[in-house]
Design a protein around this ligand. Structure first.
Ligand SMILES: Nc1ncnc2c1ncn2[C@@H]1O[C@H](COP(=O)(O)OP(=O)(O)OP(=O)(O)O)[C@@H](O)[C@H]1O
Ligand SMILES: [Mg+2]
Length: 240
């Protein structure tokens, strides 16, 4: 990074309403560079929707998503998102990354260099020429991370990056996420895995029924959550 950043990101009374149902209600918060933010909450709480609203794939029905450092540039160019089920093109693993770089206008020799680099860093070098869609779920998740990493985003949104991965694949993904962060990328992720949240979170945002009930340093969240739903959630008692 080093240069100007599009952060901080501010959500100003963001709501997302579909057919009269408030799926995200009046969320206000600020995300700054530094802490890894983990969004927690039960199924259907609105975690994926909130990430999509932050990323800009969805527009709030009311309220504003503001990138205070953007100064007129398109914030989408400086952030990336990895979805719960990554979508791969019907091409080789390497070609999926090369294509994403081409869309960003990166010259060809540099595309090749960056692609080889991120495939190596994610342990996928020997799978470079395999069709992306035949890779295992864990390999595809690493490929999605490699593709996002190639773009050197200032902010990376990750939606359940280790859902349906075994423990070894989960640790591999966590290592990659931490390496991306070490390069200066701000990490915002969701997870269902409380052990993972304890390992990865510097800060927790707790969502319940589309409302942001807590945004607090991870240590205090896990030691003493402030809201009753969060206490029940941590005890495994919160039912939707
Ligand atoms: N485009 C949409 N139209 C209508 N309802 C939607 C839409 N997208 C999501 N929802 C609903 O909004 C709620 C929140 O969905 P979301 O996917 O954000 O939950 P989540 O917290 O990510 O859950 P999970 O833990 O299961 O991934 C759900 O009840 C879902 O059915
Ligand atoms: Mg989700």
């Amino acid at each position: 990074m080093g240069e100007a950043t599009i952060l901080p990101l501010e959500l100003d009374r963001v709501s997302f309403v579909v057919g009269g149902a408030p799926l995200i209600s009046d969320v206000s918060c600020t995300l700054a560079a530094g802490p890894r933010t983990v969004i927690l909450g039960p199924n259907g709480a609105g975690k994926s929707l909130l990430l999509r609203l932050c990323h800009g794939f969805l527009q709030p029905t009311s309220g504003r998503v503001l990138w205070h450092g953007a100064n007129g540039v398109d914030p989408l160019r400086f952030q990336a998102m990895v979805f719960q089920r990554p979508v791969m093109l019907r091409r080789s693993a390497a070609a999926n990354i090369l294509y994403a770089l081409k869309l960003r206008g990166i010259p060809r020799p540099e595309r090749e260099r960056i692609t080889a680099d991120v495939l190596g860093r994610t342990g996928l070098a020997r799978l470079a020429d395999k069709p992306a869609r035949v890779l295992s779920v864990g390999e595809q998740q690493r490929l999605a991370l490699a593709r996002a990493w190639a773009l050197k985003p200032q902010v990376l949104f990750l939606d359940e990056p280790t859902a349906s991965l075994d423990p070894a694949a989960t640790f591999a993904v966590e290592g990659i996420v931490n390496a991306i962060r070490a390069g200066g990328t701000c990490i915002v992720m969701t997870t269902h895995d409380l052990a993972q949240a304890r390992r990865m979170a510097d800060e927790v945002m707790f969502l319940h029924h589309g409302r942001l009930l807590e945004k607090t340093p991870a240590a205090s969240f896990f030691a003493a959550p402030a809201s009753e739903p969060a206490r029940a959630f941590l005890k495994g008692e919160l039912s939707w």
